[in-house]
Design a protein around this ligand. Structure first.
Ligand code: NAP
Length: 440
């Protein structure tokens, strides 16, 4: 037992994550006290439904969030309610009254244009959000603290468990997207409305947070180029396998140096072919992983559970212990660092490799007509695969061509695809995906 005055904590939200955070605070009270140097005291829990059946003393529950965060005996507010509002208002109120804040709210942190960080700065308190990216996986603190002396070049990861579960199922079973999504929903891996996950919004929010921290530049979710996984087909997985690849939804944050030596930031989310020998290719099911490349450190990989009540609560309570320790010892964690103010590079300027899958008429000269469109726009072809297709009667109906390019810019590739679609010999462009993890 310490003689120190207790640190008052208000937890907002008693859902998947809040329940686990409250459990850890209660069950690990003695250990947390020893690590902090003062006991944590749970002053109240903010919810919508105040009732006896919630597994905590009803005297702790309140639906008056404003009053709870404003209590004089609350030192730290842990925000686990969710949507941008009312979370933003509650956090702002807490910071303005000199309370430190811990949150797991990625949507809010990816949208904040700095007002929360500025309020924390003004009040000289902590604002921590480790759990907002990749659940239990420590990635915010390594970027803000462990790599504070290095230059981060790239952060690329699988940061959405739902889409990774769906894509892993498509890869393992040959299922098409709709069936894999239905299975993921039935098993509780996808929400009733899966839009935020499958359209890449959740991953884009995380990419914005990662890019902001890695490159000391304000990047919001609106700055992130985004494509979801809804158009990935079973045929893409067949082709990917033939090319020695898997398909993953990647969040990529990159420091780019232009021809004139100027630095820019790229943040983007899209499904991409990843060679099987790349570490992200083997991250399966609902797991997350983030690969960080820094100038001096080289490549670092973080892997683990990116969601779920208990894993996320681990990251939240880690932040809570840090914030409480700072209260006891005086001082604060690192403040927001956005000094670099690098411009955001448009997607059209980003060089990547591409995979284009198209159906063509089976006649002589098709391949050279297709190749000519690539070459006109200086998109160099690395590999071509062609297979014949038959109709229901077994008659030859055309051919499928898969082209893999060397690095090209998005704008050159988009022009090429438009021109291919206009060719008489091309029946349909089935898919255009990027290929990551190789630089050829
Ligand atoms: P959840 O299960 O939906 O729980 C939300 C909680 O917040 C509920 O207890 C709810 O109260 C309370 N709440 C919502 N709106 C409120 C309001 N207006 N006033 C008072 N209380 C309100 O959410 P969760 O899954 O725990 O997620 C919490 C946060 O963690 C979100 O920001 C989420 O993005 C983030 N996060 C979650 C995970 C995960 O795996 N779940 C992972 C990483 C980050 P009632 O119970 O009374 O309805």
């Amino acid at each position: 037992m310490t003689d120190q005055k207790s640190i008052g904590v208000a937890v907002l939200g008693l859902g998947n994550v809040g329940t686990e955070v409250v459990r850890i605070i209660e069950e690990s009270a003695a250990d947390l006290e020893a690590r902090i140097g003062a006991p944590l005291e749970l002053r109240g829990i903010g919810v919508r439904r105040v009732a006896e059946d919630r597994g905590v003393p009803v005297s702790l529950l309140t639906d008056d969030i404003d009053a709870l965060v404003s209590r004089d005996d609350v030192d730290i507010v842990v925000e686990l309610m969710g949507p941008v509002e009312p979370a933003r208002k509650a956090i702002m109120t807490a910071l303005q009254q000199g309370k430190s804040v811990v949150t797991a709210n990625k949507a809010l942190m990816a949208q904040s244009t700095g007002e929360l960080a500025q309020a924390a700065e003004k009040a000289r308190v902590d604002l921590y959000f480790e759990a907002a990216v990749a659940g239990a996986i420590p990635v915010i603190r390594p970027l803000t603290q462990s790599l504070a002396g290095d230059t981060v070049l790239r952060v690329a990861g699988i940061v959405n468990g739902t889409t990774n579960y769906i894509l892993s199922a498509m890869n393992d079973t040959g299922a098409d997207y709709a069936d894999a999504l239905a299975d993921a929903s039935a098993l509780g891996y996808a929400e009733a409305d899966p839009t935020a996950d499958v359209e890449g919004y959740d991953a884009a929010a995380k990419a914005a947070i990662l890019a902001s921290i890695a490159f000391h530049t304000r990047v919001t979710a609106d700055d992130v180029y985004r494509e979801g996984i809804t158009k990935v087909t079973a045929a893409d997985f067949e082709s990917a396998k033939a090319l020695g690849c898997n398909i993953k939804l990647l969040a990529i944050c990159e420091r780019l140096t232009t021809g004139k030596g100027k630095q820019k930031v790229s943040a983007r989310v899209y499904p991409a072919l990843v060679p099987l020998d790349h570490p992200l290719a083997a991250v399966n099911g609902a797991f997350n992983a983030v690969v960080v490349e820094a100038e001096a450190a080289g490549r670092l990989m973080f892997y683990g559970q990116g969601a779920g009540g208990a894993p996320t609560a681990s990251a939240v309570t880690g932040d809570l212990v840090m914030a409480a320790r700072n209260r006891v010892q005086g001082g604060r964690g690192p403040r927001e660092s956005k000094y670099a103010k690098l411009p955001i590079a448009p997607i059209g300027a980003i060089p990547t490799r591409y995979y284009v899958n198209m159906n063509v008429k089976d006649r002589p000269g098709v391949l050279s007509a297709v190749a000519a469109e690539f070459s006109k726009r200086e998109v160099s072809i690395a590999e071509v695969r062609q297979e014949s297709m038959t109709d229901d009667e077994g008659e030859l109906s055309g051919a499928r061509i898969v082209v893999v390019t060397h690095q090209a810019t998005d704008s050159a590739l988009s022009e090429t695809v438009e021109a291919l679609a206009d060719l008489d010999v091309v029946q349909t462009i089935n898919s255009v995906l990027r290929m990551e993890g190789t630089t050829a």
